[in-house]
Design a binder for this molecule. Structure first.
Ligand code: ADP
Ligand code: MG
Length: 600
């Protein structure tokens, strides 16, 4: 007996639903795209219980007449393309004609629509048409989706917490607003308004809503074109960088897309302004002839295929790079006050050496409080001018060192002086030892931190002025989860209004950190990683702390402070490398020096 059968329409719709509407945010995306295609100027999204219980999407678009309203739920029914030619020349968000039937197969759907002549109400219940009647409703369309996946337990099971599901919706609406600044968006959860835009077409204003005043105010606008593409948008100042790639928003003909090569082109443009593993905030809109763009690559339409991609990447790179160069240049060439000019020149002179009487040579100097050893001036300056430029030093390999080796090594150092407010010059029996003071302090700080995070936090410092952070609604929606996770580190956030968080006290271990930057990174981390386990979070906190430590590179240190840096380093388990893997100490042996001075 033959076994092959054609799937019923209901089953096909349910299969499609798996690709198109995995979760509430997927439904929101499809419905909002339909509203955009219908020419809406105002789109309102109301979510209840993360959209799992109910979603209402209302627009003031063109609406549908009674025949179309019914047709809209037929599979492959679309008003948007009619021919093969049109498939390769798409100007609308939708075109596959499968969103509404898919949604209606896995939920209860109420559609009210008015095309300006007739109001129509259509009701579907898990794939079955249950009502079709005329009604009175305003021009436009309102679609209510409730009880999502209640009859498909396997799909229901994949839904996550209410706060998580809402956070993805919020994130999506943020992006939708960025890709359509001319549309007014409103988003609410449990009846509370969480995000809204004015629809006046001003992208900077939306950046302001999302990231606050500082970020938006200094954002650099850019525009560029070649024969095939026109690009425009905002590049946020590199100082407001982020820990994830999540903040490069790319739209192609106003459609939100994901593209790794385009992200990379943006990163290239920023490369000389950002440390590695840091990412910029950018809004980039690309206008291209629709025939160059194949949007029919995936049912959810996030990915695209593009002709002439290399030309586009080059355009993006050069446009953003020169926008940044121009904007950041103006800061550099501002005339400096005379005072500063002198200071700069002074740095070129031989390092100032403390004029203390030359002490006897001592071996266990640390015990004696590091009496300073002052070599003749001439020698000092030649060390500075000559040796630094020679590459013939050897790094001490931390990996080979045993724990505690540091004690012996650092114990025998004698401080000579400081170089360029950045390096501590020392002497030991082997020769000249140079310590990178910044790297050294980072290492010490890092190990202290690991220690602190292994114990429950007991010591707090209340802040006179609480730290206020401007955050996206998606963060507020997850606040309880986030607080629960960071509580063991002695951190907590308090919601403040619709778009901010407050931090009222900090644990003691947290003092030497650029606190706002650290918090923004931590929140990005929660946005990026939906599931955060304790161990991963601990590692992340430690790594982030290391790069936001507030120890400055250039700082004049007193003799006592230099001694302290060495004493601290001596206590470290891994004293020879900073947390980023750069050496903290290099040594020029007597032998090296003799060779360089050609003394044989
Ligand atoms: P597609 O968007 O791919 O055409 P959908 O299943 O999303 O397929 O929608 C089917 C059709 O229903 C659309 O082509 C459009 O004509 C109509 N439609 C859906 N939503 C709306 C809306 N909010 N306003 C007006 N028409 C709509
Ligand atoms: Mg659609």
């Amino acid at each position: 007996m033959s076994k092959i059968q054609v799937l019923s329409e209901h089953l096909t719709n349910m299969i499609a639903a798996g690709e198109v509407v995995e979760r509430p945010a997927g439904i929101v995306k499809e419905c909002v795209e339909n509203s955009i295609d219908a020419g809406a100027k105002v789109i309102e999204v109301e979510a209840f219980q993360g959209g799992i219980e109910k979603l209402i999407i209302t627009d003031d678009g063109s609406g549908m007449d009674p025949v179309d309203a019914k047709m809209a739920f037929m599979r492959h029914a679309t008003s948007k393309i009619h021919s093969q030619e049109e498939l390769f020349n798409i100007h609308t968000m939708g075109f596959r004609g499968e969103a509404l039937p898919s949604i209606a197969s896995v939920a209860h759907v109420d559609l009210e629509t008015n095309d300006g002549n007739t109001g129509t109400h259509i009701e579907y219940d898990y794939g079955k048409l249950v009502r079709e009647e005329s009604c009175s409703c305003p021009l436009g369309t309102s679609i209510t989706i409730s009880g999502l996946f209640l009859k498909t337990p396997a799909r229901f099971k994949h839904l996550k917490s209410i706060s998580y599901e809402f956070s993805i919706i919020a994130d999506l609406i943020n992006k939708m607003a960025l890709s359509h600044p001319e549309i007014r968006f409103k988003l609410s959860h449990e009846g509370r308004l969480v995000f809204q835009t004015s629809g006046n077409g001003n992208l900077q204003e939306i950046l302001y809503q999302m990231y606050g005043r500082e970020v938006a105010k200094e954002a650099i606008s850019f525009e560029g074109k070649n024969d095939d593409f026109l690009i425009s948008g905002y590049a946020v100042q590199p100082k407001f960088n982020r820990a994830t790639k999540y903040f490069m928003f790319i739209t192609m003909n106003s459609r939100l897309i994901r593209s790794i090569p385009i992200q990379k082109a943006i990163l290239d443009a920023y490369s000389s302004y950002l440390p590695s593993q840091r990412f910029p905030i950018v809004v980039l809109d690309i206008k291209a002839d629709a025939q160059l763009v194949d949007v029919n690559v995936h049912p959810n339409k996030w990915e695209i295929r593009l002709s002439k991609q290399n030309e586009l990447l080059e355009l993006i790179k050069t446009t953003i790079r020169s926008a940044l160069a121009n904007a950041l240049q103006t800061v550099k060439i501002q005339p400096k006050p005379k005072q500063q000019h002198f200071v700069q020149q002074e740095i070129k002179f031989p390092i100032p050496v403390q004029e203390t009487p030359k002490p006897k040579k001592v071996d266990h100097v640390i015990d004696q409080g590091f009496s300073s050893y002052t070599p003749p001036k001439q020698t000092t300056s030649s060390i500075q001018e000559e040796v630094i430029s020679y590459p013939s030093y050897h790094k001490i390999e931390a990996e080979k060192e045993e724990e505690n080796h540091g004690y012996e090594f650092f114990h025998h150092l004698r401080v000579i002086g400081q170089l360029k407010e950045s390096y501590i010059l020392c002497e030991n029996n082997e020769g000249l030892v140079i310590i990178d003071q910044h790297a050294a302090q980072e290492r010490y700080h890092y190990e202290q931190l690991i220690d602190a995070l292994n114990k429950p936090v007991r010591d707090f410092q209340p802040l006179m002025v609480p730290i206020q952070l401007h955050v996206q609604p998606a963060i507020l929606a997850q606040l309880d989860t986030i607080n629960e996770k960071i509580q063991p580190f002695g951190l907590s956030f308090e919601a403040f209004g619709n778009d901010s968080l407050l931090v009222r006290q900090i644990p003691l271990w947290f003092q030497d950190v650029h606190q706002e930057d650290f918090f923004m990174d931590l929140l990005d981390y929660f946005m990026q990683n939906r599931k955060v386990d304790m161990e991963a979070l601990r590692k992340h906190v430690i790594a982030t702390m290391a790069c936001h430590s507030s120890i400055r590179f250039h700082r004049a240190l007193s003799h006592q402070e230099m001694v302290q840096v060495i004493l601290d380093l001596q206590k470290c388990k891994q004293p020879y490398h900073c947390p980023h893997g750069r050496p903290t100490v290099i040594t020029f042996s007597d032998k090296d020096l003799r060779k360089e001075f050609e003394r044989g």
